[in-house]
Ligand binder design. Sequence first.
Ligand SMILES: Nc1nc2c(ncn2[C@@H]2O[C@H](COP(=O)(O)OP(=O)(O)OP(=O)(O)O)[C@@H](O)[C@H]2O)c(=O)[nH]1
Ligand SMILES: [Mg+2]
Length: 198
Amino acid sequence: MGLVQSLVSCQPPTFKIVMMGMYMVGKTTILYRLKDNKTSSLKDTPYTNPSLGFNVETIKVNKSLHLYIWDVSSLSAITKIRYQIFPGCRGIIYVLESTILEDSEKLTETREDLLSIVKDAELDGQPLLILVNKMDMDKSSNIIDRITTYFNFNEMIKNGRAWSIFPITATTGQGLNEAIHWLDNQLTNSINGTKSNH
Ligand SMILES: Nc1nc2c(ncn2[C@@H]2O[C@H](COP(=O)(O)OP(=O)(O)OP(=O)(O)O)[C@@H](O)[C@H]2O)c(=O)[nH]1
Ligand SMILES: [Mg+2]
């Protein structure tokens, strides 16, 4: 729903968001955790299968903002079909695992994937929320700093794009509210015409 239609219908604006990341990092778990909005409840862990295409859900963040999140299968990066859904997107969620620094193959693939996303003209300037998922599996300290340093996000994400990185555990919902709150702020600022960085 566009902004003008939202104002006319008194419905909150709904922003199309694309969520991407390598295979099995937890994208679909995040989507259904957000949809159910059941945080800190281990027994309600969403059940997922490897996604073949897209999963799409409307997430009612609050009374003034809804997100229409496209969970894009990692396979779609290989088949290039994900580019078809980029038009009209207003924000990006990129998911990594807390254990990524231990997997050199995934590190290389992730760097290439992220670079292609930040260079994509259709997604130019859109806020980028980086989620480091599976924090329950993290055995090290300062993993967010170490991942940020490894990828050199400050250098990689240029052109004044707002970005931020949050630790989460999708199975429990830990950290998700804070992360989505950051995205909510970016999108609300874009409606109000103000711009903030991370
Ligand atoms: N330990 C742990 N496991 C998780 C977490 N989030 C997701 N998982 C598990 O990781 C596996 C993959 O999760 P999915 O949500 O299907 O991952 P995906 O990124 O959608 O995978 P593709 O659709 O194949 O790209 C599942 O077994 C999840 O239960 C988490 O925070 N901690
Ligand atoms: Mg999936």
